[in-house]
Design a protein around this ligand. Structure first.
Ligand SMILES: CC(C)(COP(=O)(O)OP(=O)(O)OC[C@H]1O[C@@H](n2cnc3c(N)ncnc32)[C@H](O)[C@@H]1OP(=O)(O)O)[C@@H](O)C(=O)NCCC(=O)NCCS
Length: 195
C-alpha cells in the first residue's frame, strides 16, 4: 500500500504509525471526536477522563496505532490491540475519524493498513466490534470480507488475514521508513515555528 495523501481543502494529511511518545496527539484526537462519534468508537458514552486514561496506556497495551495527520494533528486513528501479553493468534481493531474528515476514504485506508499489520504479526483472527447502528463501519468491514455477527446489540466483525509473505512485510517496512522521515520533518517544522 503506497503512502496516501488525502486532502481536505487546503488541509492535506498523511498516514503513518504513531510513536509511543505521541500519546498526547492520540488523546487530543479522541477528545475532539464529537459526542456521537465518541459513542460509536467506544460503544457507549465515555468521559474525558476515561479517554485521557485510555490514551495514556496506548504504549502500555503494546498497540500498533496508525494516525492520519494533518497540520501536525492526528485527525483519525486506527488501533491494532493484542488480546494478551504478547501477540497471539487473535487481536482487536478500532477506528476513529473526526467528523469533518469522515466519508473521504480515510477509515477504509486505515482498515487496509491494520489488516496488513495483523497479517504481518501472524494474527489469524482480527476482531472489530461496533454498535449495530454503525452501518458505515460495517460497510468497511464487509469490504475486507469480514464475517459479521450480532451479539447483545453490537456487531462483531471477524476478519481472517492472509498469512504474511515477503511483499506484505516489505510494504509495511517501507512505509515505516517513510513514516519515520515524515515524523522527523514534522518535529523540525514544529521546532522552527517555536524558535
Ligand atoms: C466508522 C468510521 C471509522 C469510518 O471512517 P470514514 O473515513 O468515514 O469511512 P470511509 O470514508 O473510508 O468509508 C465509509 C464507507 O461507508 C459507506 N457509508 C457511508 N454512510 C453509510 C451508511 N449510512 N450506511 C452504509 N454505508 C455507509 C460509504 O459509502 C463508504 O463505503 P465506500 O467506500 O464503499 O463507498 C468513522 O466514520 C468514525 O470514526 N466514526 C466514529 C467512530 C466509529 O464508529 N468507530 C468504529 C467503531 S471502533
Amino acid at each position: 500500500m503506497s503512502e496516501v495523501l488525502f486532502s481536505q481543502g487546503a488541509d492535506e494529511g498523511t498516514v503513518r504509525k504513531l510513536w509511543p511518545t505521541e500519546t498526547d496527539k492520540f488523546r487530543d484526537h479522541l477528545l475532539r471526536l464529537d459526542k456521537e462519534s465518541r459513542r460509536m468508537r467506544f460503544a457507549h458514552s465515555v468521559s474525558d477522563s476515561f479517554i485521557e486514561d485510555y490514551a495514556s496506556r496506548m504504549a502500555e497495551f503494546g498497540s500498533v496505532v496508525y494516525g492520519y495527520i494533518a497540520e501536525g494533528r492526528v485527525r483519525a486513528a486506527a488501533e491494532l490491540r493484542r488480546l494478551g501479553d504478547a501477540w497471539g493468534e487473535e487481536a482487536e481493531a478500532a477506528f476513529s475519524v473526526e467528523t469533518v474528515y469522515q466519508d473521504q476514504g480515510i477509515g477504509s485506508d486505515l482498515m487496509g493498513r491494520i489488516v496488513r499489520a495483523a497479517r504481518n504479526r501472524g494474527i489469524r483472527r482480527l476482531y472489530m466490534s461496533c454498535l449495530a447502528e454503525n452501518s458505515k463501519m460495517q460497510a468497511i468491514a464487509r469490504k475486507h470480507e469480514a464475517d459479521l455477527r450480532f451479539e447483545y446489540g453490537e456487531v462483531i466483525g471477524e476478519i481472517m488475514p492472509d498469512t504474511p509473505n515477503y511483499f506484505s512485510i516489505m510494504a509495511e517496512a517501507a512505509e515505516d521508513r517513510v513514516g519515520f522521515m515524515i515524523a522527523v520533518l514534522e518535529l523540525q517544522s514544529r521546532m522552527v515555528r517555536a524558535a
